[in-house]
Design a protein around this ligand. Structure first.
Ligand code: NAD
Length: 583
């Protein structure tokens, strides 16, 4: 067994921190600032006398005051702005507020409120975070990565510190489309969740906007737009730009795990497939979504009492998320012993043009993977379809009689009453996941689904919804939030120093998550653990990822009994450490 290098052991600071800054400069470092939390001794040693009011506060008191400020605001976007200001001022306090109130603030720092923030980013941004790269920078990306501010405890640069990067090209921000430079809100928010949900120390993270221009006319017309004011780069130039970015990461931040975020369908799938074996990377929209939805499916199958291999799926929306979920379901069915023909029949997809089948005209290459062949069409009594035929969702449901229906179309109302009633006519407990975000884009609202199915449906959504009460019974609506997967995946990959993130890791993550839903929650219809359990979920997933990395030869050789120690020693809890001056 190799000795653990300091790099892994030191992923979170502990003990006394040696700090090289003094006075106002120290107060201006968000990761080091304690505001009124500096004690008397520190005020003397670090030249803070007179720069702070006399009273020293405990972090618990500071949290109470921050909660007072944030809760007083009447609008969620204002709360987002308030929290961002806190993050810019005192990052330890920001994370303490979030970690202790995850359920309340996750919808603010991430979906749905972050979507509004992205839409108005040019107008609400105060202090820029992360790295902004445009096509004009193609020859200087390594230099820019070295410039990146990580605000760590010493003078070290991003090159030494960065272990986790979230990068977006801003083209498919949540369900809101092209948000240009405003998409930066997503990597920033996602990395906050990595820290809140898995304890990854903020100095090891780097949000990146690959600002390749925008085709959003409203942004281009906005005189205050902060981004690269050009039409979106496409074709070989786009590919060259991504290639330059990947090469720079491998060169400057060789130990970083990269998460691709909110790329549009075609680029998302292509880029993932092109780089996943070259760079430790994954796409959360595809793989994280696949795993979190599979976890919900596994929990639903437990509640319904029929195995995965007996289920029939209809996917509405065959984009990045739909494809990722379908791939994960296919892998899970195969792992449970289902044969290829059964799996091909069990997964049916539909897009804007209705049922996806192999002979259909206007069929994108990305969608061929799950297009029905003649044998499957005949099995469903659809052998007579001609290339120009368009079968609507209602028609698909009537023919396929799905037991599980997944919506990733980004279209509100796409699960029509007729389609849901048709589905419920054939199954006792229809499992229905309208996953599109933000809330306004959900395919059907849970209360309607419950009403149309007489309370028989098991529902999980992409955005948070209140429980639904029907005939006096309370149904909790599980949120298929990727946050249950990606923080643990990132933490595990970092601790394992994995060279690759494999599909098996996502399957294991899904199984781990599904196994953590208590019987009590399952009885109420909740398919996921409570968000307040997120840190423990991430810890368990990370441990599984570390073991799997070792077992499949892509990560460090930890002994079983070392795994949890290694994971735990990388989890940061936001508390003030005592400081002493660096020599
Ligand atoms: P995408 O743009 O890659 O794909 C959208 C797909 O929907 C395309 O295949 C398109 O043809 C299809 N579509 C559009 N209109 C349709 C219609 N009226 N009927 C049927 N299909 C239609 O986007 P994506 O990354 O796949 O994300 C789609 C949605 O899923 C977004 O709203 C996103 O927020 C949501 N999502 C949810 C989760 C989650 O809940 N955990 C995770 C990822 C994505």
């Amino acid at each position: 067994m190799r000795q653990l290098p300091r790099s892994v052991k030191d992923l979170r600071p502990s003990g006394t921190l040696h700090v090289p800054f003094r006075g106002a400069e120290l107060l201006e470092r968000p990761l080091l600032n304690k505001d009124t939390g500096f004690d008397d001794g520190e005020r003397d040693v670090f030249g803070l006398r007179g720069l702070l009011p006399p009273r020293t506060s405990f972090i618990e008191e500071q949290v109470s005051l921050e909660l007072e400020h944030i809760r007083r605001k009447s609008d969620d976007l204002e709360r987002y702005i308030g929290l961002a200001a806190l993050q810019d001022r005192n990052e330890t306090l920001f994370y303490r507020v979030i970690v202790e109130n995850l359920e309340e603030f996750m919808p603010i720092v991430y979906t749905p409120t972050v979507g509004r923030a992205c839409q108005s980013f040019s107008h609400i941004m105060r202090r820029p975070r992360g790295l902004w790269i445009t096509p004009a920078d193609i020859d200087r990306i390594p230099e820019m990565l070295r410039n990146a501010r990580t605000d760590s405890t010493g003078a070290s640069s991003a090159a030494d510190d960065v272990r986790l990067i979230v990068a977006t090209d801003n083209e498919r921000i949540l369900g809101l489309g092209d948000q240009g430079a405003g998409g930066m809100g997503i990597p920033v928010g996602k990395l906050s969740l990595y820290t809140a949900g898995a304890g990854i120390y903020p100095a090891h993270t780097l949000p990146v906007s690959l600002d390749v221009g925008t085709d959003n006319g409203a942004l281009l017309a906005d005189p205050f737009y902060i981004g690269y004011r050009q039409p979106r780069l496409r074709g070989p130039d786009y590919d060259d730009f991504i290639e330059a970015f990947v090469s720079a990461i491998m060169d400057v931040c060789p130990r970083a795990v990269l998460q691709w975020e909110d790329f549009k369908q075609h680029n998302a799938i292509r880029i993932l497939d092109r780089y996943r074996h070259r760079l430790t990377s994954f796409n959360d929209d595809i793989q994280g979504t696949g795993a979190v939805v599979l976890a919900g499916i596994l929990a639903a199958v437990r509640a319904v009492g029929r195995p995965l291999a007996d289920q029939r799926f209809v996917f509405l929306g065959a984009g990045a998320a739909g494809t990722g979920i379908a791939r994960t379901v296919r892998a899970a069915m195969s792992a449970q012993g289902a044969d290829a023909a059964t799996i091909r029949r069990a997964i049916v997809t539909a897009d804007t043009k209705g049922l996806v089948f192999g002979t259909r005209d206007e069929l994108d290459d990305d969608k061929r993977e799950f297009a029905l062949g003649q044998a499957e069409l005949a099995h469903f009594g659809l052998g007579g379809l001609t290339p120009s035929d368009r079968l609507t969702l209602e028609g698909v449901v009537a023919a396929v009689k799905p037991t599980i229906m997944i919506g990733t179309s980004g279209v509100s109302g796409a699960f029509t009453e007729k389609a849901i009633r048709e589905m419920a006519a054939h199954v006792d407990r229809p499992v229905i996941f309208p996953l599109s975000n933000p809330t306004a884009k959900t395919e059907a609202i849970p209360a309607d689904i419950m009403a149309w199915t007489d309370g028989r449906a098991i529902v999980a959504t992409g955005s948070p919804f209140e429980p639904v009460v029907i005939d006096g019974k309370r149904h909790v609506i599980g949120q298929a939030n990727n946050v249950f997967i990606f923080p643990g995946m990132g933490l595990g990959a970092i601790v394992a120093e994995a060279r690759e993130i494999t599909d098996e890791m996502f399957l294991l993550a899904a199984e781990t998550l599904a196994s953590m839903v208590s019987q009590e929650r399952l009885a109420e219809g909740a398919l996921y653990p409570a968000v307040s359990e997120l840190r423990e979920v991430s810890r368990q997933i990370a441990a599984k990822v570390v073991c799997q990395s070792r077992d499949c030869g892509v990560g460090r050789l930890y002994r079983d009994e070392e795994v949890f120690d290694a994971v735990d020693s990388a989890i940061w809890f936001p508390a003030y450490l005592p400081y002493s001056p660096s020599l």
